[in-house]
Design a protein around this ligand. Sequence first.
Ligand code: ATP
Length: 148
Amino acid sequence: MPFRLEIVTAERQVYADDVDMVLAPGADGQLGILPRHAPLFTLLTAGPLVIRKGGQETAIALSGGFMEVLHNRVTVMADAAEHAEEIDEARALAAVERARERIQHRTADMDLERAQADMRRAVARLAVMERRRRRPVDRGARPGGGPS
Ligand code: ATP
C-alpha cells in the first residue's frame, strides 16, 4: 500500500508521487518511513533522501529542512533539493574544496560550523550523483509525470 510523498522548496515542487518507502536524513540519524507511519514532525539535515517505489530507488539531494508525516502523507519542506540530473558536479566539487579550505583556516567556531554545513550539502549532492552513476536506470518521478 503506497503513500504520498511531496518534496517542496520555497521555489518549486521537486517531487510528488506515491511511493513505497522513504529514507530521510533526520537531524538525529536516518529515518525510515513506511506506510501507516505514526504522525511525525521533524528536522532534517543535509543528505541524500532515498525513495523506494516499485522496486526502484531514487535519491534526491536535500540541504536540510523539515519533514511532516501525517495521514499516510509525507511532506518534505526543503531548503534546497535536487534530482541527480539537476546537480552541477563541478559546482559541488568546488563547494567541497572551499569548505575544506575554510575548515583548515577557521578563525572562530561559528566559521567551522558553517563550513561543515556547506560541506554536508556538497557531499550530499556528490553522493546522489554517485548513486545515479551506479544505478543508471534510476528515474525520478517529477510533478506531471513527464520524462525528464
Ligand atoms: P554553492 O556553495 O555552490 O553556492 P550551496 O550549498 O551554498 O552551494 P544552497 O544555498 O544549498 O547552495 O542552494 C542555493 C541554490 O543553488 C538552490 O536552488 C540549489 O538547488 C542550487 N544548487 C546548489 N548547489 C548546486 C549544485 N551543485 N548543482 C545544482 N544546483 C545547486
